[in-house]
Design a protein around this ligand. Structure first.
Ligand SMILES: [Zn+2]
Ligand SMILES: [Zn+2]
Length: 260
C-alpha cells in the first residue's frame, strides 16, 4: 500500500474552510479527513465543536459515486478528563474508521493560547503531559496519538530540556501508546512551522527503545495546498532511525505502507 495522509481538516472543522474536492485533485487511492471534535472548546469560545456527521456521510457517498478513491470517515478527538463518557457515547452512535487522539486544551485554555506565555513553562508542560497520560488510560478506541508536542509549541523547549525534566512522563505516555497498539504521529505543523523537529528526533528513538514500532505521518492540513506536507522530510527523519514502514488504519484494521 502507498502511504496516504491520515490527518487533515475540511470545512467540517471549526477552523478550516477547505472542500474535499480540492484535496482530491491529488488523486489519492485512499482518503480520510479527520475533522475536529473538541467539547467546551476554549479555542472557539467554549463551543462544543462536533463535525457534522450527517454532512460527512452525505458528502462521502456523493464523492464515492464520482471518484475512484476509497473513502474513510475520520475524526480528531480532543479529550479533557471528565468528558470521556460523553465522547464515548457520541462515538457509539457515530462510528468512525479512523480516530485520532489529541490534547488541545484543558477545559480552561487551549495549550496554544497566549495565556500559556504568562505561566511557568515547566508547569504547563507537566500539566499537558499529565493530561495526556491520564486520557490514555481513560479514553479508548483511538488509533493514533497526534502531535505529542502540541502543548509545547508556544514554549520553546529543547530536546535536552525534555530529556532532563520529562523523560519519565514521556516514557509513561509512550508505554501506554504501545500497550494500546496505537501509532505515534509525526506532525508536519510541529515538524515545520513550529520547528519542533528536534523534539521528534528525541522522541522517536525513545519510543523505539520501549518497543514502539507504529508511526504515521500527518500533514494536519487545513487547506489542500498542505496535503501530505513535508512527507519526504518527515520520512527522512524516520529513516535516520531505521524505521522502514508506516501504518494506516482502515475500519479498525492496521495496514503497513512503505515510507514515501
Ligand atoms: Zn490537533
Ligand atoms: Zn488536526
Amino acid at each position: 500500500m502507498k502511504y496516504y495522509d491520515q490527518h487533515l481538516h475540511t470545512f467540517l472543522s471549526f477552523d478550516s474552510q477547505e472542500i474535499f474536492e480540492n484535496y482530491l485533485l491529488n488523486n489519492p487511492a485512499f482518503f480520510v479527513a479527520t475533522d475536529h471534535f473538541d467539547l467546551h472548546n476554549p479555542g472557539n469560545k467554549f463551543h462544543d465543536d462536533i463535525p457534522d456527521y450527517d454532512k460527512l456521510a452525505q458528502k462521502l457517498s456523493e464523492l464515492e459515486g464520482n471518484y475512484p478513491t476509497t473513502f474513510f470517515k475520520g475524526i480528531e478527538i480532543g479529550v479533557v478528563p471528565g468528558q470521556e463518557k460523553q465522547i464515548h457515547d457520541y462515538l457509539n452512535d457515530h462510528p468512525y474508521d479512523l480516530k485520532l487522539l489529541s490534547i488541545h486544551q484543558n477545559g480552561k485554555f487551549d495549550y496554544m493560547d497566549d495565556v500559556v506565555l504568562t505561566k511557568d513553562k515547566y508547569a504547563v508542560a507537566k500539566m499537558y503531559f499529565d493530561q495526556m497520560a491520564k486520557v490514555l488510560d481513560t479514553f479508548t478506541g483511538a488509533q493514533i496519538l497526534t502531535h505529542f508536542d502540541y502543548g509545547l509549541r508556544r514554549l520553546d523547549f529543547t530536546s535536552q530540556e525534555l530529556e532532563e525534566h520529562f523523560e519519565k512522563d514521556l516514557k509513561l505516555i509512550l508505554k501506554k501508546v504501545i500497550r494500546k497498539e496505537m501509532a505515534l504521529e509525526i506532525n508536519a505543523k510541529s515538524f515545520g512551522y513550529y520547528q519542533n523537529a528536534n523534539l521528534y528526533r528525541y522522541i522517536i528513538p525513545l519510543y523505539k527503545s520501549l518497543g514502539g514500532t507504529f508511526f504515521t505521518l500527518g500533514s494536519d492540513a487545513h487547506k489542500a495546498d498542505d496535503y501530505q506536507a513535508l512527507f519526504p522530510e518527515m520520512a527522512g527523519l524516520l529513516k535516520e532511525f531505521d524505521i522502514n514502514f508506516l501504518v494506516a488504519f482502515q475500519k479498525n484494521e492496521r495496514f503497513f505502507a512503505e515510507l514515501p
